[in-house]
Design a protein around this ligand. Structure first.
Ligand code: CMP
Length: 140
């Protein structure tokens, strides 16, 4: 299976509870390697741009407010079939539906404060990585 990259965000509910290391350990234990990482305070403009695909959804405003409510850690993850591997360890969007042993089942507070974001396809992974990282910031 090919080694690919995906994009991850450790969200404000997780950074607020000092869970950056715990979440990253679960990613690493799942076979993903952190090849880029930075802690940032997203601007409203960045959050609106990043989640533009959801802008007609009723939860868009609250989603943006939440994503700028505190620092996030944006990461590039590398591994075999990285998008699926990451989605498997994240668990379902709504923690109530997430499997035991997943990040969201373990740590998420709600469907909004769900601790992590991960790309849903290789195509979107590239777009999302490019949104936050220059190529020279990624060291495999
Ligand atoms: P994420 O993978 O970051 O992509 C969009 C986010 O919207 C999603 O995770 C959820 O945290 C958030 N969200 C908030 N409310 C909802 C909802 N009702 N349905 C789906 N996603 C929601």
């Amino acid at each position: 299976m090919a080694v690919t990259r995906t994009f991850s965000i450790i969200k404000p509910d997780a950074t607020r509870r000092n869970l950056t290391g715990a979440v990253t350990k679960m990613l690493e234990d799942a076979g993903l390697r952190v090849v880029a990482s930075k802690r940032i305070q997203m601007t409203r403009e960045q959050a609106e741009g990043f989640y533009a695909v959801h802008k007609e959804r009723p939860f868009f405003g609250e989603l943006v407010d939440f994503m700028i409510s505190g620092p996030v850690v944006v990461q590039v993850l590398e591994g075999e079939d990285a998008v699926k591997r990451n989605r498997d360890v994240m668990g379902a969007t709504n923690p109530a539906d997430a499997d035991e042993g997943t990040i969201r089942k373990t740590y998420a507070e709600s469907i909004e404060a769900n601790s992590v974001h991960g790309s849903d396809s290789d195509e979107n992974a590239k777009i999302e990585i490019d949104f936050f990282f220059d190529e020279d910031e990624i060291v495999g």
